[in-house]
Write a protein that binds this ligand. Structure first.
Ligand code: NA7
Length: 576
């Protein structure tokens, strides 16, 4: 067949709704995946996106103070997408605010002409694998239907909001907002009495900004966090030049470290140095700002005594900044070790509690009992307010995946299969769901990493996998049960080596009533994980059954890809 005939045939299939790939979501991962599918592999692909524009997380989270907690110079696509873009794009702040990141993603969409293959304002309501045809049947809320060989989820890890079922919640007569679905026109809190529920990474960013405007802010805190000073500031032109000159090295480091940050990862334990030296190391990291503090020693996530030295360093910073010792104590975490819940980065958060128009309420001691037409009633107080801001987080990692109505072989539902928690091979695929790929899925590093680095790694790996299938005359791939069992066991083993199971975090699903308690992201480290995935690929996708026409012939699971890196894995959280 000539290439013209091939093009005509492709166009005819596409207009009949027969695609090579459907991608769900048009944030960082969906945009890059579409580019690779279409422009690298030459496949027909359509992206379905619920919003009316690109951006994902950065489209929805427009609350005051919304900004990235990774430094802007490495929170972007790397040289894998384009050296030119890296050199041309200039970030204005050390930690970019939401509008600037959204601008960036819009620029990427335009630069690569991606919008023409994205169907906006369209939600996927069902995605069912047809055993007879070996294709995914995808239905959308506008009544549309397409079929595709490959189904790729690019839905982000934090895209289903969590709005707790407080009694009387909907009776409130004022305005209510969830930070994850913030009005595009913004909100003016001038003169308003505002209750903010939640002090995670989002609340910590929003509260200082809201306090600048509002008549009074009541911060309803259930659990204090170890908030780290971000040290945000305008990007220094000289720093910017140095970064651009060294980008290749910077990206290489992000790919090798535990968390996907280009920070030094010294191989020393916290208790191996003297108290003075330790304090000095913490203080230097604190001065430099951001997540560096988490990478000062290699055992902070492994050893409770080591961790306590960092935890206490951070409590001391709180006492220094908050005038009232009782409020400082209320803001000081005592129930979980540092970094076992995601530490927020803050810009003036603690000083906010020195203001006359801010009240901190302990809703752990006196829980919220109800929301009523005029405000919030807790076990020991009444807060009459004009507005309620829910900074109550997300049903992370699986919430949105389950809403897609994914059904695999024999009609098996994804939610049904994962009723006790996710079961995946490498966090990117799951047995019984052929040709389903999940970008930054559960049991991959995902939210325990600098997201763009993990997104690129998954997209590139999926791209290579699809190329491999094509080159070998195959079009069906599915994890083998034993490979999946092995990965789940390994994931659980690495998790148990760390302190992470000790905290009631969203990382373990503790924020959603009834959600199975597991560590959802993989804590073995970005660098090690990449080596394992690359080795699986080098061994012709060991652990995946492969075939064509919907039948993935069973194969042998060699299992040596992971074993090859097991020693590194054992030390992986330490290598962060
Ligand atoms: P988080 O980190 O899940 O924080 C949600 C906050 O809301 C947290 O302080 C919760 O307290 C609080 N919360 C949730 N439900 C309730 C109820 N029922 N009553 C009182 N307080 C409640 O979400 P964020 O949006 O801040 O951050 C999510 C991620 O986005 C963040 O980690 C970054 O990765 C980016 P809790 O701690 O559960 O006691």
């Amino acid at each position: 067949m000539s290439s013209v005939q091939q093009d005509q045939r492709d166009a005819a299939s596409e207009s009949a709704g027969e695609l090579d790939a459907v991608v769900v979501g048009a944030g960082f991962s969906g945009l890059y995946m579409l580019h690779r599918l279409r422009d690298t592999l030459g496949l027909s692909a359509r992206v379905f996106e619920e919003a009316d524009d690109v951006g994902g997380t950065w489209y929805w989270n427009r609350y005051p103070g919304a900004r990235c907690d990774s430094e802007s110079y490495f929170y972007s696509f790397s040289d894998r997408l384009s050296e030119d873009l890296l050199q041309e794009w200039t970030w204005s702040e050390r930690f970019a605010a939401q509008p600037e990141i959204l601008d960036y993603l819009q620029h990427v969409a335009d630069r690569y002409d991606l919008r023409k293959d994205i169907q906006f304002s369209t939600r996927v309501v069902a995605a069912e694998y047809d055993d007879a045809t070996g294709r995914w049947d995808v239905r959308t809320d506008d009544g549309g239907q397409v079929t595709a060989t490959y189904l790729i989820t690019a839905v982000g890890c934090l895209s289903s909001t969590n709005l707790p079922e407080f009694p009387g919640r909907d009776s409130f007569r004022g305005d209510s907002y969830h930070t994850g679905t913030w009005p595009h026109e913004g909100v003016d809190f001038t003169g308003k009495r505002v209750a903010v529920i939640g002090t995670g990474a989002t609340g910590v960013q929003a509260i200082p900004e809201i306090a600048e405007q509002a008549a009074h802010v009541y911060v309803l805190q259930r659990t204090p966090n170890y908030d780290i000073a971000a040290g945000n500031r305008p990007m220094d032109a000289e720093d910017g030049r140095k970064i651009k000159a060294n980008y290749r090295e910077i990206w290489q480091t992000t790919r090798e470290t535990g968390f996907g940050f280009p920070y030094d990862a010294p191989n020393r334990t916290a208790l191996s140095v003297s108290e003075d030296e330790r304090q000095q190391i913490f203080a230097e990291a604190w001065e430099r700002g951001g997540f560096r503090l988490g990478t000062t020693f290699n055992d902070l996530l492994l050893d409770a005594d080591a961790n306590e030295t960092a935890s206490e360093f951070l409590r001391e910073r709180i006492r220094e900044r908050v005038d009232d010792p009782e409020i400082a104590e209320l803001l000081s975490p005592r129930d979980h070790p540092f970094f076992t819940k995601r530490p927020p980065l803050e810009n003036g958060y603690y000083e906010t509690f020195n203001r006359d128009n801010v009240t901190l309420a302990d809703v752990r001691k006196a829980p919220i009992q109800e929301i009523h037409p005029n405000g919030v009633r807790t076990a020991d107080a009444e807060y009459e307010v004009d507005s309620i801001v829910y900074a109550t987080g997300f049903d992370a990692m699986t919430g949105t995946l389950f809403k897609l109505g994914i059904r695999g072989r024999n009609g098996l539902g994804l939610q049904e299969k994962w009723s006790q928690g996710p079961r995946t091979y490498l966090g990117v695929a799951t047995e019984g769901f052929p040709n389903l790929f999940m970008i930054t899925g559960p049991q991959s590093p995902s939210v325990l990493s600098n997201m763009p680095v993990s997104i690129e790694q998954h997209v590139d790996w999926i791209t290579d996998c699809l190329r491999y299938l094509r080159d070998n005359g195959l079009d069906t791939i599915e994890p083998l049960r034993e490979a999946e069992d092995d990965w789940v066991d390994h994931h659980n083993e690495v998790t148990q080596m760390t302190l992470l199971p000790q905290a009631n975090s969203w990382w373990v699903g503790a924020n959603i009533p009834g959600k199975p308690r597991n560590l959802y992201p993989y804590v073995g480290g970005v660098g090690t994980y990449r080596l394992i995935c690359d080795e699986v690929a080098a061994q012709d996708y060991d652990g995946f059954g492969q075939g064509s026409g919907g039948s993935a012939r069973s194969g042998e699971f060699n299992g040596t890809a992971r074993a090859k890196f097991i020693d590194i894995v054992s030390a992986a959280p330490a290598a962060s």
